[in-house]
Structures are given as structure tokens and as C-alpha cells.
Design a protein around this ligand. Structure first.
Ligand code: ADP
Length: 350
């Protein structure tokens, strides 16, 4: 029996209270198997001993169900968290953001598909829909190479520090945090890479987000190791893949989805952006082709959440700092974002 097979069994053990498993959270430190005996090393950062006991029980149950395994030894090392609100189950993977009900990510396989435009409008639509119930929304920009959320949300400046925590900036009633607030435009890109993980950890553990219903996370484009380790750091409830209508784009979108699947983040669905240009008479031109959203969603076996038109007013609104969802709520583009926001609220449930 291979260590890989044991690891596969361990990846069915969920971190208590999470849909993600202990392997993707990086808690499994060692796996040994000899003469029918499996010895597993787990390292967890928590102040709650029940969590460690539940993980131990889960590991034992998962491995005892394997016929080749006769004996299981689980060694759990626990390091207490400094502050309960900065609890991390292990390594860099936090259970941070305890006052936030749902953290969802917006991802794309590559840049330029409108991921940041989508994230900012989605956050605004969610905020508007949820405000009736007194619920609030946050927007976390993790795109360190080209943070465009500050421009699109019309917000800039340095966040204040209070009790060693960063206070997010407020824009259109949405709490916003971005690398763009912390670095100057002329910070060389080569310096940003090493800063990313540290900064994102801070965004999760050291930002006073307060009580929020949903945080929308704008992930950096691409599917490399940096993106993967970043995704593992954020306690995500789900992710949305943004793609364009070209059939050629589906391969790239699926690469993004596969990266998320590696970390067991559930996919909430696909959003197609720049779908069609609508003329005044209501006729549609499919500038970037057709079918990319449907194909991506079908291949990934998740719903197509909606289609966003290619609309010059979307760009103009973003450049002016008030996303179209707020500046022209009656436009068909704003309604397309609203429909996706409603679908997401329904999928997340309570
Ligand atoms: P990404 O985050 O994927 O790199 P952006 O959100 O920055 O992409 O969008 C790239 C450019 O395309 C921006 O100038 C943006 O205003 C524009 N854009 C995005 N979506 C649309 C759309 N549906 N209609 C018109 N312009 C759009």
C-alpha cells in the first residue's frame, strides 16, 4: 500500500466545521506505512482541543476502513493560537475570519477576462441585495501584480491601524482591502512576489473586517504555485470561475478550476463575461464568439451562473470608481450582475 493511497484516504477527512480537508489545509506532516501499520503525524494550530480530537477520530476512521491497514497511530502536535480570532488549523492555513459567514473567490485561468470588473460588481450587487437584511459585504483584492480594485471601487489611501489590526477602507458601504493600499504604484514587481503570502496572511488574520455576510476575494490570475498556496491560505466556502465566450478560453478556465479542486474548494459555478454586445434595437453581436461559458460549466459539471454583456458602460463605470451595479442599477448589465449575486446567495444558503 502506497503513502499516496493513505494520503488519498486522509483527504476525505474534513477540518471540523469546514468543507475542506486536512490534507489541503496542510495539517498532515508525515505519513509512514510498514507491515500494516500506518503512522500519521498531524500538526494543528488551535486553542480548541476538541478540534484535535475530532481530527484524530476522523483520521483513524478513514484509515481503519482500508483493508491493508491493520493498525493506526496518529500523533497530533498542537500549538495554541495567540488570539482566538487568528486561529489557524496548521501551517499557513487559517480558520481566520470567524466573523465572516462566507468567503468566496473569483478566479480565472488568465488575466484580462474581466475578473476584477466582475468581482467589484458582484460585491456591489451582493451588498445591495443583502442590505435589506442589514447584512454587509467585503471585497479583498489579492491581485498583487495589478491591483485594480481600488480604481474600480473609487477608493485609495493608507488604511489606519488600530490595536495592531488594519482597518479596511470603506467604499460604497463595502469594506475593501487591497495590496494597492499598501504599496506604491512604482514598487518593482519582483519585490511583490515574496510579499504576497505574508500580505495575504495579514489580510486574513490582521484586518478588522467586523461582522460580514460575504467577502468576495479577487484572486490573482493564473494557476501557478503562488496562486495555489494563496488559495490554501484563505478559508474559502466556494469559488466562481470567470471566462469569456471563446471556446478556446475554456481550456484556460478549466486550468483555474483544477487548481481550486486540488484544494477541495467547491466550485459555485461559471460566469461568462463579455458575452455579447447589445445594439439599441436589442439585437446581439457575439464579438468574442459563443458557447465558452456553457462548455466550461458543462465540463466542470457546475452551473453557468450567468452572462455579462460586453458593455462600454461597464468599463466607464469601473474607471470612474462606481461599478455599474451601483451607478446604473436599472441597466441590463447591472441586472446581469444582480442575477448572478442572487444565484450565489441561494447556493450559499444560510
Ligand atoms: P482582469 O481582472 O481579468 O485582468 P479587468 O476586470 O481588469 O480584467 O478587465 C479588463 C478590462 O476590460 C478593463 O478595462 C475593464 O473595464 C474591461 N471590461 C471587463 N469586463 C467588461 C465588460 N463586460 N464590458 C466591457 N468592458 C469590460
Amino acid at each position: 500500500m502506497s503513502k499516496e493511497a493513505i494520503k488519498n484516504a486522509l483527504s476525505t477527512v474534513k477540518y471540523p466545521g469546514f468543507s475542506r480537508d486536512i490534507v489541503s489545509f496542510g495539517l498532515v506532516r508525515s505519513v509512514d506505512f510498514e507491515n500494516g501499520k500506518a503512522v500519521i503525524g498531524i500538526s494543528v494550530t488551535t486553542s480548541d482541543h476538541k478540534v484535535a480530537a475530532q481530527i484524530r477520530d476522523g483520521v483513524e476512521a478513514a484509515l481503519e476502513s482500508l483493508p491493508e491497514v491493520k493498525n493506526v497511530e496518529v500523533n497530533v502536535s498542537i500549538s495554541p493560537t495567540k488570539k482566538p480570532e487568528a486561529a489557524t488549523p496548521g501551517g499557513t492555513a487559517p480558520t481566520g475570519l470567524p466573523s465572516v459567514k462566507h468567503v468566496i473567490a473569483v478566479a480565472s485561468g488568465k488575466g484580462g477576462v474581466g475578473k476584477s470588473t466582475f468581482s467589484s460588481n458582484l460585491a456591489c450587487s451582493l451588498a445591495r441585495l443583502l442590505s435589506a437584511e442589514g447584512k454587509k459585504v467585503g471585497l479583498l483584492d489579492c491581485d498583487i501584480y495589478g491591483p485594480s480594485i481600488p480604481l474600480m471601487m473609487g477608493v485609495s489611501g493608507r488604511p489606519e491601524i488600530e490595536d495592531e489590526s488594519i482597518i479596511p477602507l470603506l467604499s460604497h458601504g463595502i469594506k475593501v482591502m487591497s495590496m494597492g493600499f499598501l504599496i506604491d504604484d512604482d514598487t518593482p514587481v519582483v519585490w511583490r512576489g515574496p510579499m504576497i503570502q505574508k500580505t495575504i496572511n495579514q489580510f486574513i488574520n490582521n484586518v478588522k473586517w467586523g461582522e460580514l455576510e460575504i467577502i468576495v476575494v479577487d484572486l490573482p490570475p493564473g494557476t501557478g504555485d503562488a496562486q495555489l498556496s494563496l488559495v490554501q491560505t484563505i478559508p474559502l466556502k466556494g469559488a466562481i470561475i470567470v471566462t469569456t465566450p471563446q471556446l478556446a478560453a475554456t481550456q484556460v478556465a478549466k486550468r483555474g478550476a483544477r487548481m481550486l479542486e486540488k484544494t477541495n474548494v467547491p466550485l459555485l459555478g461559471v460566469a461568462e463575461n463579455m458575452s455579447f454586445l447589445e445594439d439599441e434595437d436589442g439585437s446581439k453581436q457575439y464579438i468574442f464568439g459563443e458557447g465558452g461559458g456553457e462548455k466550461t460549466a458543462a465540463d466542470l459539471k457546475v452551473p453557468l451562473l450567468g452572462k455579462i454583456p460586453l458593455d462600454p458602460n461597464i468599463r466607464v463605470a469601473g474607471d470612474a470608481g462606481t461599478p455599474i451595479s451601483l451607478s446604473k442599477p436599472d441597466s441590463s448589465s447591472a441586472k446581469a450582475f444582480d442575477a448572478i449575486a442572487e444565484a450565489i446567495i441561494a447556493r450559499l444558503g444560510n
